[in-house]
Design a protein around this ligand. Sequence first.
Ligand SMILES: Nc1ncnc2c1ncn2[C@@H]1O[C@H](COP(=O)(O)OP(=O)(O)O)[C@@H](O)[C@H]1O
Ligand SMILES: [Mg+2]
Length: 439
Amino acid sequence: MLAIGAFVLLEGNGRITFATGKPWLFYSFTPMAKKSEKLNVLIVEDSPVDQKMITGMLRNSGFGIFEFKICSSLRDSFVQLKKEKFDVVLLDLNLKDSKGLDSLKRIKKKYPDVPIVVHTGAYEDALGLKAVSFGAQDYLIKGKYQSYVLSKSLFYAVERKKVELELQTTLQRLKDTQSQLIQVEKLNVVGELASGIAHEVKNPLATILSGVELLKVRYHTEDKQLNAVLDALKLSAQKANHIIKDLLDFASLSRLKTRNEDLHLIIEQSLLLTEHQCRKRGIVVIKRFAKNFPKIKVDRNRIEQVFVDLILNAILSMRDHGELTISTGVQRLSENDLTKQPQKLSSLSMGDQVVVVDFDDTGTGIPAKHMDKIFDPFFTTRRSKGGVGLGLSVARTIMLNHGGLIYLENLFPKGTRARLIFESGSPANPIRFFSTQRQ
Ligand SMILES: Nc1ncnc2c1ncn2[C@@H]1O[C@H](COP(=O)(O)OP(=O)(O)O)[C@@H](O)[C@H]1O
Ligand SMILES: [Mg+2]
């Protein structure tokens, strides 16, 4: 900096000149280090006079290097933005085909990542501030700025937008982590509660069951009503026992006994276990198994439990003559797979080689309002038909414990796909062919 007592002159070209008090001695320098990067600016302005003024300032800017295109309407600006990537938009809020904040909102809606500096008429500070609160990065009042302020504002807008986007990403990451924590905590609480209750109820239930068995053996009676009551008692106790077993399973899901297994064999076994229900409803099962399918490390019983539950869910969603298609394959994990899984709990990353098993049905599909809830413990839409709502929540815990993931999505025109994704330990195994057989 220069002499004390100097007074400052601001020139139209953005250079600041210090006058030292000695009339003949002037020091001139550019106020900030000149930016080396180039900014590509889209100027949306319909007044030829303003266009000329702005482009003149940008051409002679001492602050940075600018390239620009000019559009005279909002419609043109959409055409340009579609064609080319701009670093920043300088937007007049008084266009012929769009007025005020509406122009800003429309650009932001379609191109949320592009920084925008709005250009308002004289005495429109209130509108400029409002534009900033609606997401513009800065505002300039016509006739009240010069080359330096314009250049600085455009660079500033770009930096500000960068920070804003970084903040958004961080916030999203925070939200994801928070929902993961809540989910884990929820599962822990439910797990503890479930195992506590299950242990308490297990023994009395066993007593009831053996008592009913004994009564049926010891007291042969012709009384039909009494026999029916005993049968109902036995059935109810068995059903309760089943639920208790599910709950205990749920609490001990983290203990896995893994071995290299052929998933196709586990699918066949699960189909055998559900064959009766399939046949009863006239459901056709189609298998599209990949050739050269690798063996992977899983806990056979747990995975069978997942397969059976998904098959039963599919069967229950279909009326007579539905189709259940089970497909297997090896592929790279896509972004789509990662974003569809709820709560993003898995440790898998995009591009990982994975083994995929799909269960596609032609059933009712899942209403959008239920999609977020289907993995919650005890969420069921089939309570009146004996649904407990633990199937998917158990399936997800099992899949996560295997380092895999699960999600459900609706198929077009109807039906649901339940997709299981497992880590594949084996090297890239390009499997392209499917064999189709009907059962
Ligand atoms: N294949 C499917 N088609 C339609 N809805 C499904 C399907 N699978 C699961 N659902 C929905 O998810 C809910 C939860 O499933 P689940 O956890 O297995 O519990 P449950 O089978 O006891 O109801 C079901 O009640 C149903 O509303
Ligand atoms: Mg179920």
